[in-house]
Design a protein around this ligand. Sequence first.
Ligand code: HAM
Length: 426
Amino acid sequence: MIQTVRGTRDILPGDMPLWHRVEDVAREAFRRYGFHEIRTPIFEKTELFARGVGEATDIVHKEMYTFVDRARADSEGESLTLRPENTASVVRAYIQHKIFADKSPGELTKLYYIGPMFRRERPQAGRYRQFYQIGVEVMGSSDDPAIEAEVIEMLDWFLKELKITNTTLLINSVGEPASRAAYLETLREAIRPKLDQLCADCHHRFETNALRVFDCKVESCQAIVKDLPVITDSLDEASRAHFEQFKAHLDARGIAYTINPRMVRGLDYYTRTAFEIIGHDGLGAQNTVVGGGRYDGLSETLGGPPTKGFGFAFGLDRMVMSLPDGEVEGLRAADAPDVFIVFLGEAARQHSFNLARDLRQAGVAVAIEFEDRKMKKAMAAAAKAKARYALIIGDNEVATGKYGLKNLQTGEQESLSLEEIISKLN
Ligand code: HAM
């Protein structure tokens, strides 16, 4: 028996209504807020993520699915990687297609994406090696913090629409790369005397990008990390002012938040504003549902023009797990057929085929099974399919053109023509 690869899973039909609901509400939010969809390839050149996300991050250092493509006669095989995230790809597309070229000054490019990402993390509930993200990226010449607050307001609407209420918005500022250099020195000085108590990965982080020690999940490291100086204390003036304005914009929109000065996000491209949304219901340890922030230097890092950027991605897997139980039941029920056709005898069976077609063409979801069965068995099949109605057809119904429509919730039954059934069900 061949099974799924560790850390990957099948999303089975019973769960699809939940996924579709999250996707539909997301697309509706994006429509209202002026975002347009982009689809980029699942694999890219490894260098894109190495440069974009950063060599020192766990993602690039430990978690990428990287392979050498088959060599051609005229060239070496090149190193390719299954995308671990999509911000680098979207910015690459923005540069490659010069999406900025026909924009007027101040006009923003607002893109969204839905699709699978791949990270070789240790699998557990809510953490997969193939997982799904829905994300947005806003790019342009403006770094107005009002953009950030508006994007978070959109997320706020989205969560409320899905009835996901028990969440916390965490915000922080990671400053400008220039001011970060001074902070990193302070941080390294504070880490140095405790280096022997940190894990091997933290030693690597200390050498390559000390900020990444804040990402460490090892308990003994966290005990040390919690006393280290925080980046918010060494922010440059412009970043500090930006953060103040961002908070004021959130306040003005009535959006509650918690400042977490140790939340630095696991990717190197962030500048200034960083945020996460933590969910509490049905999630367990992997409770970060949304992550995002500003990435003003990323376009230049990837060889593009100076561009300001801000965006987020949420884990679709985790968002689905956060849906409240009451919603889940309703969504599954809505996926059931409107009508289950119960026929008795060969003439009724033949008649049912046309009836099913006419109902379907009129927009009704029809279930029909082809086997001739006794009434009791057929009704049990209708109940198992969770159909709203059973449509009962025997010789008499074929002759009169009036069919028995039985409400399977209430047990009520009426005798109706096809037209009457269609108007009742629509
Ligand atoms: P991230 O924080 O790495 O950010 O991922 C965003 C979200 O993806 C997480 O909060 C989580 O819900 C989900 N996620 C990440 N890894 C896994 C996993 N192994 N299994 C299940 N879900 C997972 C980014 O990827 C950035 N590109 C977000 C961004 C967009 N920043 C600016 N623009």
